[in-house]
Design a protein around this ligand. Structure first.
Ligand SMILES: Nc1nc2c(c(=O)[nH]1)N[C@H]1C(S)=C(S)[C@@H](COP(=O)(O)O)O[C@H]1N2
Ligand SMILES: [Mo]
Length: 534
């Protein structure tokens, strides 16, 4: 091939890649728009993302959480976007050189979306539509754009025929090529622009639908039948940088597998208790609110919380004891587990004794004086003191199946996490913050410590391998909550290593052994390096 031929070929391939990307943008955008209006749960992006989340190996989820923390979902969506663009470019080139392979790629993508949508837990009858439309439109657009790639054999353009009849390299042919290029670019840009507009339209439509949070805002929670004791005055040390003893809802960590937050109208909500029980129980929203609801303060923790991590929060919950509901259902003697199920298919397996013993396992409807925020489970979730969230804290909960550990497993236990998930004794240094740039002089080291259900009796702090010093504990709210601690520190110029360790109310010393979060939660002493300046 001559030099200009190679260049022309490269240019055609580039155009084909652009055609692929523009077609995919069109398909994806219109697919999102169709979803927003017809099948809100079946956004092609979200269903493919959810399928990836469900099929991802545990280490991938771990890496995502530790790299991106609670932004893991954004990272996933951006990642899917990048992969999609790359595949679309390849599809364009395939369609140019090996038609109809490019179309096949687009159709397969649509089919993957359809499959992902229809195999979701709460799939609606029209959930196949957005991905089907996306795949079909992308294929049609690709066929149309590839036919317009400049210099291609069947370009439906007068300029091309004209160019064939002229010697290569003349200025007229160049002019014809330029016209073709402009025509192609206009079509490609137009195609992509329609896709982008559709995507913008879909997010506007969703924002409008989120005005469906009007439903949540209209919810009036009943006056509690029993209120929590006021937070003791000494519970909040109020040190800058120290986590507040009650975590505001906006700051509360969020971990779940839901790319689209389930939108549930409480009027349509009900909870079904079934399985190994003598009486099946069904509870509607109105029935739940009519029960004597109780306030309680409980710290919630994620099993993926690294030592020193932020996947922990403490809130004032309003709810009804699950043990009372189970008592109505009367579990059979052989039952040893309750499998709670969310409307989105997530499941958690809790030991039945954790829901029936004296601890305060509740069906929660309120969080810090408000209806549950949508991301934290509106309208109803579980909160169980002392168990990691993955085996207890089901959000958007609609079902409690009384069963046996030997007969059923749950979302995360299916993925290699431990069937039992008691929260481990831990402590964390909050201040000095790492990036704080501490000045030498009188300072403080402060943090939080927790051992739900048992309580913390002390925290010790060590600076640079010196002696362990007892910190001052704040007044705990209860054994089910974390407790703040602090110790004054005369900070000297230079680099320092700070460590902390807690002792539980039963005398257990927090273990020094470092273990990762898999399969049942991290252990080890939290360490922080800090540089003190003059
Ligand atoms: N429906 C549903 N509920 C869920 C999860 C989920 O993925 N889906 N994740 C659980 C996990 S792993 C944790 S740690 C807690 C987190 O609750 P939060 O997001 O309100 O902090 O929710 C639990 N409940
Ligand atoms: Mo979790």
């Amino acid at each position: 091939m001559s030099e200009p031929d190679v260049r022309a070929r490269r240019r055609r391939r580039f155009a084909a890649a652009v055609a692929g990307i523009a077609s995919a943008v069109l398909g994806a955008g219109i697919g999102e728009l169709v979803a927003a209006f017809i099948a809100p749960g079946a956004s092609p992006f979200a269903v493919i993302g959810s399928a990836l989340i469900d099929f991802a190996p545990p280490w991938a989820k771990e890496t995502a959480i530790s790299l991106f923390g609670t932004n893991d979902k954004t990272a996933l969506l951006v990642g899917i976007g990048i992969v999609l663009v790359a595949i679309a470019a390849v599809a364009g080139i395939l369609q140019l050189s090996l038609p109809p392979l490019g179309l096949v790629v687009m159709v397969l993508f649509g089919a993957a979306g359809v499959t992902a949508a229809m195999t979701r837990a709460n799939a609606g009858p029209l959930d196949w539509l957005p991905s089907a439309v996306a795949g079909a439109l992308a294929a049609v657009a690709l066929g149309m754009l590839i036919a317009r790639v400049p210099g291609r054999a069947h370009v439906p353009s007068a300029a091309y025929g004209e160019r064939l009849s002229r010697p290569q390299g003349t200025s007229d042919a160049d002019a014809g090529g330029a016209v073709q290029r402009r025509t192609f670019l206009a079509w490609a840009a137009g195609t992509a622009a329609v896709g982008v507009l559709a995507a913008v339209g879909s997010s506007l439509a969703r924002a409008g639908a989120r005005a469906g949070t009007a439903i949540r805002e209209a919810v009036k929670l009943p006056v509690p039948a029993s209120t929590a004791a006021p937070v003791p005055a000494g519970a909040e040390l109020a040190i800058a940088g120290l986590a507040p003893v009650i975590t505001p809802n906006e700051q509360f960590y969020r971990i779940d597998t839901a790319l689209l937050v389930p939108q549930i109208n409480p009027a349509d909500w009900s909870l079904r208790i079934h399985g190994l029980v003598q009486n099946e129980v069904t509870l509607t929203w109105d029935e739940l609110l009519a029960l004597p609801l109780e306030e309680s303060v409980t710290t919630l923790t994620c099993v993926s919380n690294e030592v020193g991590g932020e996947l922990i929060g403490n809130a004032l919950w309003l709810g009804y004891p699950i043990r009372n509901l189970l008592a109505q259902a009367v579990p059979n003697a052989e039952a040893d587990m309750v499998l709670s199920r969310s409307i989105d298919g997530f499941t958690a397996s809790s030991p039945i004794e954790a829901l029936t013993d004296a601890r305060n396992a509740i069906l929660a409807v309120g969080m810090n004086g408000q209806p549950l925020p949508a991301e934290h489970g509106f309208p109803v979730r579980m909160v169980v003191p002392g168990l990691y969230g993955y085996v207890s804290a089901t959000k958007w909960v609609t079902e409690l199946e009384v069963t046996r550990f030997s007969d059923a497993t749950s979302y995360w236990t299916d993925r290699g996490w431990s069937p039992r998930g008691p929260i481990k004794l831990e402590s964390r240094i909050d201040v000095p913050r790492k990036s704080q740039g501490l000045k030498a002089g009188q300072s403080v080291i402060a943090g939080v410590a927790w051992q739900q259900g048992v309580g913390v009796s002390g925290v010790e702090v060590q600076v640079d391998d010196g002696a362990w010093q007892p910190a001052t504990l704040a007044t705990p709210i209860s054994d089910d909550t974390w407790v703040q601690w602090m110790i004054p520190w005369e900070a000297t110029v230079g680099d320092h290593l700070l460590r902390c360790r807690a002792t539980s109310a039963t005398g257990e010393l927090q273990t020094e052994d470092v273990t990762g979060v898999i399969p049942d939660g991290a252990t080890g002493w939290h360490e922080r390096y800090i540089t003190v300046f003059e």
